[in-house]
Design a protein around this ligand. Structure first.
Ligand SMILES: Cc1cc2nc3c(=O)[nH]c(=O)nc-3n(C[C@H](O)[C@H](O)[C@H](O)COP(=O)(O)OP(=O)(O)OC[C@H]3O[C@@H](n4cnc5c(N)ncnc54)[C@H](O)[C@@H]3O)c2cc1C
Length: 382
């Protein structure tokens, strides 16, 4: 389909849903194949090149629609693509549309107290019991778990296999018995992420995603999409971080120094946006490659600097928070504080540099002493 036709299709859905509520509008986008354009027809896509998604995003942006992933960040940005790629047909039919419309909020249950950057060392156990699995263990930093209907869980199913080969992925009902969510309060005063405890939680085998002990494949798909998703926060068009900064900039008369600083940030954001478009158009398949690490490495510090500058422009008034428990992320000082964690989420800058070094620049990989060692013999395993 030509870019013009895709734009016309997007405008048609927009025109038909000027008065619709958000769920109906998003459902119409999904049904028209405009949700994730590179996926098959009937599953939110039109089986087109991933790069043309920008035509749809630009058209929605011009119409004043906020990016959909903000309503269900884990679901739309990471879990949806993973289920699309690794899920069975019944799992895709049940979950993809509701992820896109944010009728079901999702969380990603990967990190543990002893498994963050090296998530493959995770210790949460899933033991088979007939047609069910019994899950025990603890996850941490689980964004949106307190809001989520479902979580995508990685659990250890074979402790005798090397760490990457004994992991299985499951869809978990977050309201099921044995699943306990405990919020963690951050320095912004809000509780975006949580600890999640599993105590003899039962997960039906029908909710397993992919083959037993093959969960690492799904983990890589999810993490690659996470980097692109987090690496897409800045956007030089109307919306996104730089658009919000523009709104603040226009609030008052500005000095030459402030104008200079603003234009520098704008240029950096535009370069990053174009890099994202180029990375998207280079993608031949649905899963992003290591270029996502470049985007994430550049995006997180730029987002932090944009938000710091917005705070600076507002002066002392910008630091006044309406209440410690306000939970209002749009407030400049809270937005500034929250952005500090963006570099860590989805893999720290060190990890992104390792990926770029090994997979893009072809540098020798880090020495790894645990590659072929059974997970239970690795000292850091629980
Ligand atoms: C805002 C936020 C949201 C999050 N949301 C989620 C979520 O929804 N689900 C989820 O599962 N997780 C989530 N996380 C967790 C996140 O994925 C981890 O924090 C991250 O992977 C780092 O792991 P860690 O905190 O255990 O740090 P560690 O892995 O312990 O790292 C500590 C330090 O060591 C460095 N380091 C580690 N290994 C290497 C290496 N090989 N080479 C060089 N340096 C290295 C790191 O760069 C870091 O500076 C979130 C985190 C944040 C901050």
């Amino acid at each position: 389909m030509e870019a013009g036709a895709l734009q016309a299709l997007t405008e048609k859905v927009l025109a038909e849903h000027t008065d619709s509520d958000e769920v109906t509008f998003l459902g119409a986008l999904f049904d028209a194949g405009l949700a994730w354009v590179h996926w098959p027809e009937g599953e939110g896509g039109l089986a087109l090149e991933p790069g043309v998604q920008d035509v749809i995003d630009s058209t929605l942006d011009a119409a004043g629609r906020r990016p959909n992933w903000m309503r269900n960040p884990m679901g739309v940005g990471m879990v949806g693509p993973a289920i699309a790629q690794c899920g069975r047909p019944d799992q895709r039919a049940r979950h993809l549309r509701r992820i896109w419309t944010a009728e079901d909020i999702w969380c990603q249950l990967f990190s543990e107290p002893g498994a963050g950057s090296d998530v493959a060392t995770l210790a949460t156990r899933a033991v088979r019991d007939g047609e069910e699995w019994i899950v025990n263990g603890q996850k941490v930093w689980t964004s949106s778990a307190h809001l989520a209907s479902f979580g995508l869980l990685l659990a250890r199913t074979n402790p005798d296999a090397p760490k990457h080969r004994g992991i299985t992925a499951f869809i978990v009902d977050m309201q099921a018995p044995g699943v306990e969510v405990r919020p963690l309060r951050t320095m912004s005063g809000t509780a975006h992420f949580n600890e999640v405890y599993f105590t003899d939680a039962r997960v039906p085998d029908s909710q397993r995603v992919g083959d037993v002990d093959d969960g690492w494949r799904l983990a890589l798909t999810t993490l690659a999409n996470e980097r692109v998703s987090i690496g897409g926060v800045v956007d030089a068009r109307g919306g996104g971080e730089i658009g919000a900064l523009m709104d603040v900039y226009r609030e008052g008369p500005r000095s030459h120094v402030q104008r200079d600083a603003f234009v520098r940030l704008w240029i950096e954001a535009e370069v990053l946006r174009l890099s994202k478009v180029r990375a998207q158009s280079l993608r031949e398949a649905g899963t992003p490659g290591p270029e996502g690490s470049i985007l994430k490495l550049a995006d997180s510090p730029l987002t932090q600097r944009i938000r710091a500058f917005a705070l600076h422009l507002r002066g002392a008034a910008g630091t006044l928070v309406p209440g410690y428990d306000s939970g209002d992320d749009s407030h400049p000082v809270l937005a500034f504080l929250i952005a500090q964690g963006f570099s860590i989420a989805g893999g720290t800058p060190d990890i992104q540099r390792n990926i770029i070094g090994e997979r893009i620049l072809g540098l020798p990989s880090e020495p790894r002493s645990d590659r072929d060692v059974p997970w239970r013999d690795i000292p850091c395993g629980a």
